[in-house]
Ligand binder design. Sequence first.
Ligand code: PGA
Length: 251
Amino acid sequence: MSRTPLLAANWKMHKTVGEALEFLDALLPALPAEGPEVVLCPAYTALAPVVARCVETPVRVAAQNMHQAESGAFTGEVSAAMLLDLGVEDVILGHSERRALFAESDEALAEKLPTALEAGLEPILCVGEDEAQRDADQTAEVLTRQIEADLAAVEPEHLDRIVIAYEPIWAIGTGRTATPEQAQEAVALIRERVATRDAGAAERVRILYGGSVKPANAAELLAQPDVDGALVGGASLEAADFAAIVAAAAR
Ligand code: PGA
């Protein structure tokens, strides 16, 4: 089964509109003509201008979060319809920073996933264990729990429309990357968990690795048989670095 690699740039709370457009001026000419899918995830404020600049390019645009409700009294939140209205095609859900700092729960994610799919957005669901859980040998248990809880309301035949990102929390923004073997082992385990719901979808679903991916380590991580791409934070802020990571996947 050949799965098209996907490289996503998670800019977190970085880049004004001007900085985002400057990045695109540098990135777009540096992308390989054919190759992996590229998704940029700017802050809400830069979504519309980034979408406009990426029209007629292969680059897709994702939001970093969304609310599960259609509309309502949810100050500060954004709905799937609002994202679609801007031409956004993907949405990161369940990033560990949202889980840890903004009380994102598995219950909310279980609603967000089907909501995003019904709206026609491609969700990028993040899962991963923290350092204490890894040290206590609980990685498999944590990943299983997150996958089961977050995907509970997704119909089995829709599971392959989701992208899953394995992001060990101890590797995010720390400069400490999972070894290629650790990444492969966890990603394969996630695929197995999806297979318990639908074996065909598990073959097709793309599972990324995220956590201190940079040009120097991208190739070995992306070479793992079950790793279908990367979700890149810090190293996605510089166009040259992100282009080098995309190129590593194109090889
Ligand atoms: P990092 O972040 O590449 O800076 O470790 C990855 C992420 O949080 O998605």
